[in-house]
Design a protein around this ligand. Structure first.
Ligand code: ASP
Length: 217
């Protein structure tokens, strides 16, 4: 999503290597915002993206291991199992002052087939406007309920990114939402907060890269 409200997403897509590239094509080549399921896959093929099977042996082993350790019914324990999350988010501010955000996920492990999380939904997994851009990771159902990215970006209308992040995280915690937020405001100030066990992040400014692994506050 860009700060002029251009948006593209795909949901419930399989068999492509970089779903975010398909999402970019939805934004650039169609009049729609979100494509889902087999039609999203078809669209990807039309855009020239070849079949890719993302199931590595390592991932299959991890999936089996996680399935054994989850004793309770589907999703009841999910909020407590940080390792089940796996999302990459990016926010950027360019030299012309334009902001944008992208978020890509394999979804929470052990979800039901057909489940759509927060990531492809504007305002939930990603949001950008002239005040800032935010990408969310964590328990998608709760992020959706709170429209967390939208909330965090809206807070940037009045607060610098770090303060907006603290407020958004407090709101998420108060509502039992396990998540992490990555953001940037129009002056280039950075938001990175999480109440999950940990979150890795990095930023590049003036050509130099800094990396962090942040425990929850
Ligand atoms: N938010 C993603 C989802 O619920 C998971 C993640 O952030 O790793 O599908």
């Amino acid at each position: 999503m860009t700060d002029d409200r251009r948006f593209g997403a795909v949901a419930a897509i399989t068999g492509v290597r970089h779903p975010i590239c398909v999402a970019r094509s939805v934004m650039g080549k169609t009049d729609h915002l979100i494509l889902g399921g087999r039609h999203a896959v078809r669209f990807a093929r039309l855009c020239g993206m070849k079949y890719h099977d993302p199931r590595t042996l390592e991932k299959q082993r991890a999936w089996r291991r996680k399935r054994k350790t989850l004793r309770s019914a589907y999703f009841k324990k999910l909020a407590d199992v940080a390792e089940l999350y796996g999302t990459v988010g990016v926010v950027a501010l360019d030299s012309a002052g334009r902001l944008c955000v992208g978020t890509s996920t394999g979804g929470i492990a052990l979800r039901l087939p057909g489940r759509i999380g927060d990531t492809p939904v504007p305002g939930a997994g990603s949001y950008a406007c002239r005040h800032g851009a935010v990408s969310a990771t964590g328990h998608g159902e709760e992020i959706l309920r709170l429209l967390l990215s939208f909330r965090a970006v809206s807070l940037m209308a009045r607060h610098a990114a770090p303060v907006a992040g603290t407020k958004a995280q407090a709101y998420a915690t108060e509502h039992g939402c396990k998540c992490g937020l990555l953001g940037i405001d129009r002056r280039g100030r950075i938001m990175c907060v999480n109440n999950t066990k940990s979150m890795s992040w990095c930023y590049v400014k003036d050509g130099s890269l800094r990396t962090f692994k942040q425990k929850s506050d």
